[in-house]
Each structure stands twice: as structure tokens, then as C-alpha cells.
Design a protein around this ligand. Structure first.
Ligand code: DQA
Length: 150
């Protein structure tokens, strides 16, 4: 079988601490658990997950720009940058790939400053409040958006 097409799964700041970080809000699954879920879900849908995390805004923007050539779409949990980063939003708009935004927690049930995400306006789809399962839902949907769903 030929090499499956890649989608970028991009994780923003502090998500490397999942499992330890506020488990009542974000759950007990680690980022490694979520990475394994993403690899399995992507494979089920004939895709390959290029899974990355960074605490640095510029590194996330570089990853988005690099996805323009060679990746079919982007699943992103922008984490804290959801609520602050016009630059990340602009990068996502520039690459013109299908974008699915995911949040572990339901950001609308939380503090008011989390209710607005700059990324949502450039995302095809937003999933929040489903915990780690949101990544599986998001990848299944991204597979539909890129025409790879089985
Ligand atoms: C988050 C929600 C954000 O408000 C927060 O800053 C995060 C994680 C989530 O997955 O629920 O870091 O994106």
C-alpha cells in the first residue's frame, strides 16, 4: 500500500503537560496517549497523522506554513494561543487547507476570556468539550473534508 497522505495535528502551549495539568479540566490522558489515538484514527481513515506540539507561537506558525506543501489538512488545538494569536489565525488562513479546531474542554463553559477563539473564524469545524475523543472526532471529520474518509 502506498504511503498514506499526511495531515498535520498541531498542539499549542502547555499541552505537553497533559495528564499532570489540571486533570479535572483536561482529563488524565497524556499527550502521548492522544498521539497514539491520532495515529490509530488517522490510519483507520487512510491518513497519516504528523503529530506535533510546541510552546512557541512562531514554531506553530512555521509548522502551519510548512503544511501548505504536502499536507492535506490541519487539526489544531491552539490552546492558549486560541484566545490571543492573530498571527496563528493569519497563518491558518494563508495556507488555505481545511482546518479543524479542537479543544479538550468546553471553552464556552469556562472563563469569559476563553469564549473567543481567533482560530474559529478560519476553521471549517470546531469541536470542544469531548476531551481526548475530540481529536478522534476531529480527524474523522478532517478525513471527510479532504476526501479521504473510508
Ligand atoms: C484548551 C482550552 C484553552 O482555553 C486552554 O488555554 C488550553 C487548552 C483545551 O484543549 O481545552 O491550553 O485549548
Amino acid at each position: 500500500m502506498p504511503n498514506p497522505s499526511p495531515v498535520l495535528v498541531l498542539n499549542g502551549p502547555n499541552l505537553n503537560l497533559l495528564g499532570l495539568r489540571e486533570p479535572a479540566v483536561y482529563g488524565t490522558e497524556t499527550l502521548a496517549d492522544i498521539e497514539a489515538l491520532c495515529h490509530a484514527t488517522a490510519a483507520e481513515h487512510g491518513l497519516r497523522a504528523d503529530f506535533r506540539q510546541s510552546n512557541h507561537e512562531g514554531v506553530l506558525i512555521d509548522a502551519v506554513q510548512e503544511a501548505r506543501t504536502g499536507h492535506l489538512g490541519i487539526l489544531i488545538n491552539p490552546a492558549g494561543y486560541s484566545h490571543t494569536s492573530v498571527a496563528l489565525r493569519d497563518a491558518l488562513a494563508a495556507v488555505e487547507l481545511p482546518v479543524v479546531e479542537v479543544h479538550l474542554s468546553n471553552i464556552h463553559r469556562r472563563e469569559a476570556f476563553r469564549h473567543h477563539s481567533y482560530v474559529s473564524a478560519v476553521a471549517a469545524t470546531v469541536i470542544c468539550g469531548a476531551g481526548a475523543h475530540g481529536y478522534a472526532l476531529g480527524l474523522a471529520h478532517l478525513a471527510r473534508l479532504v476526501g479521504a474518509a473510508r
